[in-house]
Design a protein around this ligand. Structure first.
Ligand code: PLP
Length: 457
């Protein structure tokens, strides 16, 4: 077996020979090799060459507490010795799962008091799909089956959650979406707003929900699912008029509202949940990622008293071997304890996020950057050759983003690109000095990308 100290070339060759990576073109792995990450501490990754890399993406939007928290490792080890696994099927339970469910009921807004566990956001959204359809069937309205979501929304990679999502590239592979899913457009004013003001555009995009409900028939509409702030679609912060109008429509037609909090949850937007930041009042929330700060794979659906009463009144033929896994649950509980005890969400809201916003928005002074949008600790900048016209590049969409991402990586900064937008979502514990380093490296990388784009013509 190779070790983290093995030569990088050997690690890369073995990786390329046998390891199939998510969302990666295999040829790239064979040509250039993958960067091998060996350790991490705080917001810093170390690779097999000994470089220290600032992780401005918190892994995949999940390591909210930062890397290297000993307490989480200790809790996992203790739980593995005490009870490494037991299921929660067939009227059995265990202490970590019941405590975690109760803690989540306490943290979640309104009457979201009941949790169905999964191991990931994808699984949790698959649960939601069946929860919603079962709920309406049990309520005597079995024709209410259509779930409406948004183009370019992201809800996971399984067949169900990929169908709920609106990533056309995913739909093209494997015959998605499954029946009974309808999509409306996203509230991306920068990219799609045309001549409308953001307020007009926000209202217009929300009203597409009403049009879609009327088109499919209000008696068939079951639910609307959306991220409070779209993450993987490019940190799309909706205009202020958007969510109030969505709420009006959801109430008027009596459909369920699912807030996918997989990225927005657990402090990312400056509150415990993005639904609070955006004042959404959902019937169901999807959670994962920051629930355990990524230290263990765990996700879930938090549902209202009313939905739980209906589902608990029937046999719900659904569940995962690892629903409420004891080690994952214990680690998630410890993660929540630390977030609370160290007042991390409050610190984000009052100090870290305002500082990040000010520094991040300063990037709009760079010639390559059109707008910056940021909510709490998730933000993105739009790359453009012409700010005034919000113009796209002549090159294929995403080329400028990819070039910039590679420049960032070469400068030991992880930022993600979505098309020609560059994203940050750092650990919530990032310091002001580290934010300064992030911005300096981003600026330097933008300079280099601009030169490379100019050289390409
Ligand atoms: N929902 C949202 C909003 C996400 O961003 C993601 C992943 O990025 C998912 C669901 C899927 O979660 P997972 O990758 O844990 O299955």
């Amino acid at each position: 077996l190779l070790t983290p100290n093995s030569p990088t070339a050997e690690l890369q060759a073995l990786d390329a020979a046998h390891h199939m990576h998510p969302f990666t073109h295999g040829q790239g792995l064979r040509d250039k090799g993958a960067r091998v990450i060996t350790r991490a501490e705080g917001v810093w990754l170390t690779d097999s060459e000994g470089n220290r890399i600032l992780d401005a993406m918190a892994g995949l939007w999940c390591v909210n507490l930062g890397y290297g928290r000993r307490e989480l490792a200790d809790v996992a080890a203790r739980q593995m010795m005490e009870l490494p696994f037991y299921n929660t099927f067939f009227q059995t339970t265990h202490v970590p799962a019941l405590n975690l469910a109760a803690k989540l009921a306490e943290l979640a807004p309104g009457d979201l008091n009941h949790v169905f566990f999964a191991s990931s956001g994808s699984e949790a959204n698959d649960t939601n799909l069946r929860l919603v359809r079962t709920y309406w069937a049990e309520k005597g309205q079995p024709e209410r089956q259509v779930i409406i979501s948004r183009w370019n929304g992201y809800h996971g990679s399984s067949v169900g959650s990929g169908s709920l999502g609106g990533m056309k590239g995913m739909h093209a592979q494997g015959g998605l979406p499954i029946p009974g899913i309808a999509h409306i457009d996203q509230p991306d004013w920068w990219g799609e707003g045309g001549e409308m003001t953001p307020e007009e555009f926000g209202r217009a995009r929300a009203r597409q929900l009403e049009e879609k409900i009327r088109e499919i028939g209000p008696e068939k509409a079951a639910a609307f699912i959306a991220e409070p702030v779209q993450g993987a679609g490019g940190v799309i912060v909706p205009p202020e008029t958007y969510w109030p109008e969505i709420r009006r429509i959801v109430d008027e037609y009596g459909i369920l509202l699912i807030a996918d909090e997989v990225i927005c949850g657990f402090g990312r937007t400056g509150n415990w949940f993005g639904s609070q930041t955006m004042d959404i009042r959902p019937d169901i929330m999807t959670i994962a990622k920051g629930l355990s700060s990524g230290y263990q794979p765990i996700g879930g659906s938090i549902v209202s008293d009313e939905i739980a009463a209906v589902i608990n009144g029937t046999e719900f033929n659904h569940g995962y071997t690892y629903s409420g896994h004891p080690v994952a649950s214990a680690v998630a509980l410890e993660n929540l304890r630390i977030l609370e005890e160290e007042q991390i969400v409050e610190t984000v809201r009052t100090r870290t996020a305002p500082y990040l916003k000010e520094r991040f928005e300063s990037l709009t002074a760079h010639p390559l950057v059109g707008e910056a949008r940021i909510v709490g600790m998730m933000g993105s900048i739009a790359l453009t050759p012409d700010k005034a016209r919000r113009a796209p590049f002549a090159a294929e969409a995403g080329t400028a983003g990819l070039i910039t991402r590679e420049r960032c990586f070469a400068n030991n900064l992880v930022m993600r690109h979505v098309g020609d937008r560059m994203i940050v979502s750092p650990p919530l514990v990032i310091s002001q000095g580290e934010i300064d380093t992030l911005i300096e490296r981003a600026w330097q990388s933008l300079d280099e990308a601009q030169a490379e784009l100019a050289a390409q013509g």
